[in-house]
Design a protein around this ligand. Sequence first.
Ligand code: KIV
Length: 282
Amino acid sequence: MSRITPEPAQTPSTTGIAPGRVRIHHIAQAKALGTPITMLTAYDALTAPIFEAAGVDMLLVGDSYGNVVLGHSSTIPVTLDDMERATASVCRSVHRVMVVADLPFGTYEDDPRRAFDSAARLMRVGAHAVKLEGGAQRAPIIRALVDAGIPVCAHVGYTPQSENLLGGPRMQGRGDSRERLLADIRALEEAGAFAVVLEMVPASLAAEITAATTMATIGIGAGPATDGQVLVSSDMAGMTEWVPSFVRRFGELGAALESATRDYVESVRARAFPGEGNYRDE
Ligand code: KIV
C-alpha cells in the first residue's frame, strides 16, 4: 500500500496561483508573472476552510492569535503551545492553501538550534512554512532553518513582537531607516527566505523592495505594489469596531453575528424557539 497521500482534487473555480496545493515554487512563479498573491490570517478549523473555499492562496497562523482570539493586548504573551494548537486546527481543516505559522516571541531569536526546535513543532502539526520577525540580525536563524528544509517567510517594517522598542504601531523605513530596511531585505534574501511581509512601510519603498528582491513581498499597510497582500481576517471581515486605517472592511460580520444572536435571545425569551420542526415529540 502506498504511504504517499494523494494531492487533493483540484478545484479550478477557487484556485489562484496554483492548480493544486500551493507550494513555494508557485509563490515564486506568481511573483515572476505578476499574479497577485492573497494571504489572510486564520486561527481555527471553523474559519480556515471558509477562507480556502473563497480561493485564498496562503493562510497565516499569525501570532495576532494573541490579540484576536486570546484577548491579549499584544503578541508578546503568545506561546509556542498556543501557536501549535492553532496551527494544528488550521492544518486539519484545509487541503490546498499554503499554511505559514508564526514563530512566537522568545522562541527563535537567539539560537538557531532553538529556532529549529520551535519551527519543527509547527511543521510537525502541518505547517508548510514558518514566519519570523526581524531583518539582517535574523539571517543566521533563517539560513539554519532553510538548511534544515523549512521554508521561511520573513517580516520587516513594523514588527509587533518589537512594539516596545519601536514605540507602538508606526510606519517604518522613513528617512535614515530606509537604507537599513533595504540592507535587511538583501540579507534576508541572501539567507534564503522565500517571502517577506512588509508591514507599515511607505508605498514607494515597498515598490522599490518588490522590484529589487527575488522574495515575494506580501504587504500590510504597504500600498498596492507588493506581490501580495495580507490582512488580519477579523479586520477584513469587519468583526471588530476598530480597524487600522490601512484595512478595508470587506464585510460586517460582527454586526451580522450580533443581529443573529439578538434574534436568538429574543426568540428564546418569547418561547418562539424551539419551534415546530426544531424538536420531536417521540
Ligand atoms: O500575526 C499576524 O497577524 C501578522 C500579520 C499582521 C502579517 O504577522
